[in-house]
Ligand binder design. Sequence first.
Ligand SMILES: Nc1nc2c(ncn2[C@@H]2O[C@H](COP(=O)(O)OP(=O)(O)OP(=O)(O)O)[C@@H](O)[C@H]2O)c(=O)[nH]1
Ligand SMILES: [Mg+2]
Length: 334
Amino acid sequence: MSLAKSIREGNRLALARLLTQVENGTAEGRECLNELFPYTGNAHLIGVTGSPGSGKSTLVNCLAFLFRHPPEGEPPRQVAVVAVDPTSPFSGGAILGDRLRMRDLAGDAGVFIRSMASRGSLGGLATTTADIVQVFDAAGYEVIFIETVGAGQAEVDIARLAHTTIVVESPGTGDEVQAIKAGILEIADILVINKADLPMVENTERALRSIFNWDMEDPTHHHPDEPSNVKVSRVTKGWQVPILKTVATDNEGIQPVYQAISQHLQYLYQSQEWLRREHIRLQSMLDLLIQNTLLERWQKSISTETYQKVLNNLVSRQISPYHALQILLDGDLS
Ligand SMILES: Nc1nc2c(ncn2[C@@H]2O[C@H](COP(=O)(O)OP(=O)(O)OP(=O)(O)O)[C@@H](O)[C@H]2O)c(=O)[nH]1
Ligand SMILES: [Mg+2]
């Protein structure tokens, strides 16, 4: 039986094998991805981002558990978790604090957790994440969490892969201003203030609420703390970003987040936003692939010596950056 077929039939070993191949960028992995692609497009992709240590993994763990053991009347979902470049991997450290729930997840055939190695370029990380998400999607996982540390362009790229983005803040770190600067609130569909057991939570909540409320009263208005060149256009038609407080370590406040996720999914379907995001998602994936591949091809086409020579000429101001570009891209060494 082909690898793709085994995966479609729920073989976890085959799934793990393909994930490794995809991470290593093998030809067989790519072949299998091509075969699986027609079976993708069904999963709800949920991005979870926020500063290091804000509690993303702990929260995802609680949410995954709830999707497996939902409120009465709702079916349990197959859940996959992709943790991208985590500083504290899923398998160790903090997450084991909640041993019982973790053990439940670990023994559960309806859950698959994958931590991604941080090797390789950042651009590559985003495309590999997209590939891995596709594999889970085709394998029948209905809910896929993608955890990233919200710091740079790669995270924004990865966030574009999601249908629903949860931004996780924690109190007292000054993160709220930082988050606005990084434009991270721009991508939030659901905002979670985790570690609500800590002091300063009210301040954080007030700061975040004022940003969002301000915006709702007058979308053109800028918050005083906000750099004037950043426009916070929070209110998209028909969806108001909920601000929810959780204590993930105590499993508190998780159900409202779960409900917000379900409501956002409904909103996506009803408003045609799902289709729009799918379009953006696949386009951004294609663009990333093109960028990475062109860069790779170009790097292969030019020797390190030539590159160094051009760079030296640039530094000594014999040529301008545009001349350097022309030489490097067009091979015009005259
Ligand atoms: N007080 C408190 N601590 C929490 C809460 N949630 C998580 N933590 C702790 O915060 C630390 C970081 O939690 P993680 O879930 O690993 O955070 P993360 O955002 O995934 O971290 P990175 O992946 O390393 O960026 C751990 O020591 C957790 O036990 C909470 O609600 N309250
Ligand atoms: Mg984590």
